[in-house]
Every structure is written in C-alpha cells, then in structure tokens.
Design a binder for this molecule. Structure first.
Ligand SMILES: [Zn+2]
Ligand SMILES: [Zn+2]
Length: 115
C-alpha cells in the first residue's frame, strides 16, 4: 500500500504564479516552481492530487536544513493550511536538469532571513 500512497507525480506543469514551465524531476516528485517557489494546493498526501482546494501555496519562510539543504514552509492563500517542502537544489540533485529547473537559491536565502 505504501507505494500507492506515495506514488510520484512525474508530469511537469506551468506555474500559476509566474507562468514558468516546470519540468518534472526524474527521481523525485516536483510540486513547486523553481523560480518563485509557489505550488498548488492539490495534494492531501504527497503526489495524490486528492485536494480540491487548488489555492496557491506561497513560501513564507525557509529553514536551512543540514540534510536537505533547505526546507520551504508554505501557506495556502485560499484555505490557510501550512506545510513544508524540500527544496530542489542543484548541489543536492540526483537528476541532471537545466540550471533553471533547480530552485532559485537567491530567493531561498532571502526567505531564510525573514524570521
Ligand atoms: Zn513560479
Ligand atoms: Zn488550500
């Protein structure tokens, strides 16, 4: 059952916030835009697309994480739910993608200074 629960979403999407064409990561689920770090509130469990909210999850804070690089803390602008997401950094990546498909590190660093 575990494999079904955490089935990965491997399709790309267009960011609703900035219009960037987000390409899928090969080995991990991608659910946020590397440019503006926004995401869509569409999952209940990661990758399941079972949430009907469809609000924009905006990054409100970023925490440096020794293992994961950065953890992005989100808040949904529609229902107010908050959650965390791992950043996709080039230096931690297992996939080979164009540079622009990795998370905007300048923005991540900026968001760590907000608190
Ligand atoms: Zn975006
Ligand atoms: Zn929501």
């Amino acid at each position: 059952m575990e494999t079904k629960r955490f089935s990965k979403n491997d399709s790309g999407f267009t960011c609703v916030n900035c219009g960037f064409e987000v390409e899928p990561l090969i080995r991990t689920s991608r659910n946020h835009c590397p440019k503006c770090l926004c995401s869509l509130h569409v999952d209940v469990l990661p990758g399941d697309r079972a949430n009907e909210c469809a609000g924009v999850l905006r990054p409100i804070r970023v925490f440096p994480d020794a293992k994961k690089g950065y953890v992005i803390h989100y808040k949904c602008d529609k229902c107010g739910q908050e959650g965390n997401n791992k950043a996709a950094l080039k230096k931690c990546a297992k996939d080979v993608l164009p540079d622009e498909q990795y998370d905007n590190e300048d923005l991540l660093i900026k968001l760590t200074k907000l608190y």
